[in-house]
Design a protein around this ligand. Structure first.
Ligand SMILES: O=C(O)CCC(=O)C(=O)O
Ligand SMILES: [Fe+2]
Length: 276
């Protein structure tokens, strides 16, 4: 997975924006997404950076999603459009063998797409969400109790669908090998795009911490962030009883790197021993 430079991403994006997008009514772009996202991130940022520092993760509470249902429905419909255009591929992970080699294995029932500026016509709001998060969030977090040097210069993004009917993710760390392979991803940010999610659909995200496992449902508009290089997590299977497109579990993930490699697998981190 190649990191994309925020500047080239934004250039791609700007080039795709219809010339009069701002002066004429563009029905496909939401006029409320940016102000809502901006207000939420600004008001939550000190709580988020405190929590990342002390607990290694943060998520929106049940009662207060990052974005309201109307925006999440829009983002999901754009995800479905990308899927209809065959932009998703079988998702895979790497496991490290005892001899230190990486082997690829497919994640059954999980498909992923890496949206870029060329998808603007199909998914303008998804791209707006991603670019805005990259532009604003790192700066807000770096003002927290300790700067982890989160970069707004580069990022990776993935739109993933975990199929309904019994798919999940095994326990893993997003950035297990770190500097040895030039992977400087520090922060994982996930937004869930499941407008009709109810608890019986299952598919929970589990964060495996020292003395507890935190279980987080992929409810509409929920935002979760955690340290990419330290926090082990898994996704328990989606319910075998609810099968069909509307029960597919969609998530857009943005990974942000740190500008200072010393923040990756920092031996002084209280979470270093969690690493699997
Ligand atoms: O979708 C989720 O809740 C987590 C997905 C995940 O762990 C990953 O993409 O690495
Ligand atoms: Fe992950």
């Amino acid at each position: 997975m190649l990191a994309m430079h925020a500047t080239s991403f934004l250039r791609l994006l700007v080039n795709r924006v219809p010339k009069h997008a701002h002066s004429s009514m563009n029905l496909s772009t939401s006029s409320t997404l940016l102000p809502l996202l901006s207000t939420s991130l600004t008001s939550l940022s000190s709580e988020i950076s405190e929590s990342l520092h002390s607990k290694g993760y943060w998520h929106t509470p049940d009662s207060n999603p990052l974005l309201p249902l109307s925006e999440i429905k829009l983002l999901r419909s754009e995800s479905l459009q990308l899927r209809a255009q065959n932009r998703f591929e079988q998702s895979y992970s790497e496991s490290i063998t005892s001899s230190g080699h990486a082997t690829r294995f497919d994640k059954p029932g999980v498909y992923a797409c890496e949206p870029d500026g060329a998808d603007y016509d199909t998914a303008p709001n998804l791209l707006t969400y991603m670019s805005h998060l990259i532009r604003e969030f790192p700066e807000l977090l770096n003002e927290g109790p300790r700067s982890y040097g989160i970069s707004n210069e580069a990022f990776n993004a993935k739109l993933a669908v975990t199929s309904s009917g019994g798919s999940g993710y095994p326990k893993h760390i997003d950035n297990p090998r770190g500097l040895a392979v030039g992977d400087t991803r520090k922060l994982t940010c996930i937004l869930y795009l499941n407008p009709s999610y109810v608890p019986s659909h299952l598919g929970l995200l589990h964060l495996h911490l020292h003395t507890s496992t935190i279980s987080i449902s992929p409810s509409p508009g929920r935002f979760v962030c955690f340290w990419s290089d330290l926090i082990p997590h898994s996704v328990s299977k989606t319910s075998e009883e609810y099968v069909g497109e509307e029960y597919d579990r969609y998530a857009i993930t943005v990974w942000m790197p740190t500008v200072d490699g010393r923040n990756i697998h920092d031996p002084e981190s209280p979470f270093i021993d969690l690493k699997v």
